[in-house]
Ligand binder design. Sequence first.
Ligand code: CP
Ligand code: NVA
Length: 309
Amino acid sequence: MKHFLQITDFTVEELQTTLKRTKAYKDNRLDASTCLNKESWGLLFYKSSTRTRVSFEVGIHELGGNPIVLNSQNTQIGRGESIKDTAKVLSRYLHGLVIRAYDHSVVTDFAKYSSMPIVNGLTDFNHPCQILTDLFSILEHLSPEAIDLEALKGKKVVFYGDTASNMANSWILAATYLDFDLVLAGPKGYEPKDTILNALGAKGLNSRHTFESDAQKASEDADVLYTDVWVSMGDEAEANQRKATLKDFQVNQTLLSKAKSNALFLHCLPAHINEEVTEAVIEGPNSIVYDQAENRLHTQKAILAQLKS
Ligand code: CP
Ligand code: NVA
């Protein structure tokens, strides 16, 4: 039995298969496999979600399964029932569980005590379903037929803003595991934390990112520009300080003009317009954010199919 808690939980070959399957599901959305035939999958949320919740709910339904949306407050988790007991009991009813939590240890503990696959729907450490979607969305442009990870080689991806966040960590894992160039453009003090460097070390990998505190310099000849909110869920108490510190890392026309003319702009969404990105960039010709959001559906179906294979 496999779990999907970070992208390194799949081999590179499995990731490539999942990306190709994503394209098949996208090309043929409603006539796809019914690999979850009659299975019930839980979706357990400790924090808010629009895309992850709806795309998994729709995707599980389209694969022939039954999605059951739960949250920590309306289950006994909110009254203190342990993860161990919750995981053991839910494993008797469900065939798999997607979890969005604050602390990454929640998903690793569920994985430890469950006898069903656990999928990480975002933690403070990383967001593997999102990063796999992001890679697919880029490869749709670089390698539209083959969706071949090799097409990332030699490309320059720049992540702007909160370079110590769950999405930055997801990019660090992806670049290191899949061997492509990543520039983290953030202020001093927002360098990647030990948690991500130790996670790579545990896999025998050294991070291959570079860190650049000059956003203009970071943007030169970029192939992909990526940003995320400056105040992630759970960071609200630091909102004012973060907005002041990160203001020079807003993705705007000035930064975009330094990148290649056909550079792609991505954002996992939700976006805060005129904070981390301007309206002109997110609505402009380089932006693929709405395709990217749609691709959450197709990619997640492919992740579930891979876990069943
Ligand atoms: N990108 C993403 O995970 O969106 P939600 O928070 O809406 O699920
Ligand atoms: N970094 C953001 C991602 C939201 C999809 C957060 O954790 O809130």
